[in-house]
Design a protein around this ligand. Structure first.
Ligand SMILES: CC1=C(CCC(=O)O)c2cc3nc(cc4[nH]c(cc5[nH]c(cc1n2)c(C)c5CCC(=O)O)c(CCC(=O)O)c4C)C(CCC(=O)O)=C3C
Ligand SMILES: [Fe+2]
Length: 356
């Protein structure tokens, strides 16, 4: 642990990157899916399909390597700014497991840990479930080991660093489209579908998940219009629907919407995975493999914008969010940066926030 008297991120002893986790090899795929879906009522048929997505990529999800790259980029950025905060990594569904890293931190004497999740929005899946995972990891600590206090960085979907990284991704995708359709290309923002009941219950007063996505999509579309000198239509669609067929999830599905858009004579589309922070399986399978194949079949020119990943603006934005929280923990005044119409998200969630 760094010296609590002198180090620049005090009172925090460590940063914990908390993510979803993914399989590393074919033997991991079924146990990983069992971890993800335990008690969630996902039909066997859907699980077999999703297993095939992983097997198509050799049984290995890109997500773990992407998290390692993010940690390396954060380490380099922190070092360049004199921030001597150790960075640890734990996952909900695969090694390294959150429970193990929390136990290691507690045994090493960490008293206060700042947690950053690889999820930018509010909902049970993207926020509260991670908070429940943290509570469970603390509850599982062996007797006699003092539990650290773990604070979670606020939802960062509208932080300028995340926004700028997404804008750059859209600009690069537009530049890659044939010149004659570039100016008319429609901006199709994509996020993970969730059950409508979950969406309705998201955030402190409900409805936050969709409202946050619509807000950031409008900001990105404005920035792209400024940068290119042409205003393009934009909308929000969904991918990766799961669950039982009779339970309503957010729609339209990206593939269905591409059919409609092609039918309406849309010139081209850019798919923007704004709901995700890196190009993990939902992006490389659901968008690159499936949705781009749909567009191809329809003769609709389409490109997929890169997600934030390790874009330098995103990494710098995460540093800004960490320093913001450090300042708040010290009782100092600090600017809480955000773009769009909703303002910075809350730091601590009320009890009723994002209930399933
Ligand atoms: C909102 C949201 C995010 C974004 C926020 C965040 O990033 O946290 C997200 C991310 C991810 N989801 C992922 C993988 C999976 N999600 C599943 C299932 C589900 N996701 C849900 C929601 C979300 N999921 C929900 C409501 C379910 C139904 C089960 C339940 O009610 O809990 C299933 C089970 C099979 C299936 O049914 O699809 C898998 C395998 C991976 C890893 C990718 C990789 O390996 O590269 C990542 C990053
Ligand atoms: Fe998921």
């Amino acid at each position: 642990m760094p010296n609590p008297e002198t180090h620049l991120a005090a009172p925090y002893d460590a940063l914990l990157l908390l993510s979803f986790g993914g399989p590393e090899r074919p033997e991991d795929v079924v146990p990983f899916l069992e971890n993800v879906t335990r008690g969630r009522g996902i039909p066997r048929e859907r699980l077999e399909q999703v297993g095939e997505h992983y097997f198509l990529f050799g049984g290995k999800s890109p997500i773990n390597d992407q998290n390692k790259a993010l940690i390396a980029a954060l380490r380099a950025d922190f070092d360049a700014h004199g921030i001597d905060l150790p960075i640890h990594w734990g996952n909900r569904n695969w090694e390294p497991y959150l429970d193990d890293v929390v136990a290691d931190l507690a045994r090493a004497g960490a008293q206060r840990v700042l947690c950053l999740t690889t999820s930018a929005y509010s909902s049970w899946s993207s926020c509260r479930q991670y908070r429940e995972n943290i509570a469970a990891a603390l509850a599982a600590l062996p007797e006699g080991v003092e539990p650290p206090r773990i604070d979670k960085v606020r939802a960062f979907y509208n932080h300028p660093g995340f926004v700028e990284a997404n804008v750059d991704g859209v600009l690069a995708a537009l530049a890659d489209l044939p010149e004659d359709v570039r100016d008319q290309a429609r901006l199709v923002f994509v996020t993970h579908s969730i059950p409508i009941t979950m969406a309705d219950a998201s955030g402190p007063t409900g409805g936050a998940y969709v409202a946050q996505h619509l807000d950031v999509a409008a900001v990105v579309a404005d920035r792209v219009a400024e940068a290119t000198g042409s205003r393009r239509d934009h909308e929000l669609v969904y991918c990766s629907r799961s669950g039982a067929p009779h339970i309503p999830w957010l729609e339209p599905d990206v593939n269905d919407r591409l059919e409609e858009l092609a039918g309406e004579g849309t010139a081209a589309v850019v798919l923007i995975p704004v709901g995700f922070v890196s190009d993990h399986m939902e992006v490389v399978y659901d968008l690159d493999t499936e949705a781009l194949a749909t567009a191809e079949r329809l003769g609709l020119p389409a490109r997929r914008a890169a997600s934030a990943g390790v874009h330098p603006d995103f990494v710098a934005g995460l540093r800004d969010l960490v320093l913001e929280r450090v300042a708040l923990a010290r009782g100092e005044d600090v600017e809480r940066r955000s773009l769009g119409g909703r303002g910075p998200s809350h730091d601590g969630c009320p009890d009723t926030c994002c209930v399933g």
